[in-house]
Design a protein around this ligand. Sequence first.
Ligand code: SF4
Length: 363
Amino acid sequence: MTDPNSDAPTNAEPATETTTITATELATHLVCPRRYEFRFERPLSAREGSRDRVRARRRELLRRPIIAGLRADGDAAADRVDAALERFDRHWHSSRESYLADEQERYDEEAVAAAIEAYFSNGGHDHAERLVDADTTLGYERDGIRYEAAVDAVVERDRGYLAIRYVPDLTGILHVSWSDSHVRDFLDGRKYYPRQIGSFVRAGVAIRGLKAEFGIDLPCDFAYVAPLAESRPAYEFASGSKSESESESESASEPGVHVDIARRHFEDAYEEERLDLVELIGDRAAAIRAGETDPRERRFDEITATACEYCAYRDACPDHLAAEVSFGDRPRSRSQSRVSGDADDTTEHGQTQDTADAPTGDD
Ligand code: SF4
């Protein structure tokens, strides 16, 4: 066994029987072990909620064109943007959705196109020039398990490497700067925001994967980049106006649509909470390997109060149905909690992680 306090990837150790566990599997198990079972072990048809479709489609609409732009032949900035927008145009028309009004569709199309252009104007060209790989998987081995995280881009920095995952916005992504004990608080039952912790797990697996690939001593980072963090009609903004969240986002005006880009980096949080993260990942990997999928063993009251509301398997889930018909005191639903103003997602700083377990649009 590897020293559980060591974070060094163990690629050099001979793995007899290697099981692969992905960051998406870990993140899903963190939200609800039964959901993990329905998604990965005993696949059920998921009820596609509209938020699921919108978020997953938006991520694909963004990431595929951006990757095409990053990989474009030629060094000219215009070539990259042209390649990205051409890819977007094809993808947009091949994945058409029904909109209630033509204006909505036009606005959506303009917003995503503006976000793609804005990304390249705000760091994307630099990423392209330093691109190491795109649409790839990072991974490492520990205790006979290969952990993997899909990432959209890997770029070289002045020292070390950065892995990127493009997301439409930062909903469900951990606010890493709010604490240096997110994982410990979650492990010890003091805080409960599993979806956000899952975003940290993905970042952690990717960073360790980078270190396994390029060198354990190299500084490595992972960032969620959200080119469409906000979008509004451009006429709301005078030229040169600033967004409220400018500390973590960059604004870009495009004809017709104004978009804000946001990014969240995990390098510092990873270094700060590395050992707790190792423990958490090891615990959930062991549970997955042991086939532990009973949500009643994992803070079920909190699962029913948060994750069930948006779960795509809710209609077929025996645990949810049993909880619904239970005669005992049941926790109020999240919507009820919101009405009464006592949602259970307050952090120690009195701020809230956006813990509503809305669909993730994960791949
Ligand atoms: S309905 Fe609730 S208990 Fe059932 S799989 Fe979904 S989140 Fe888990």
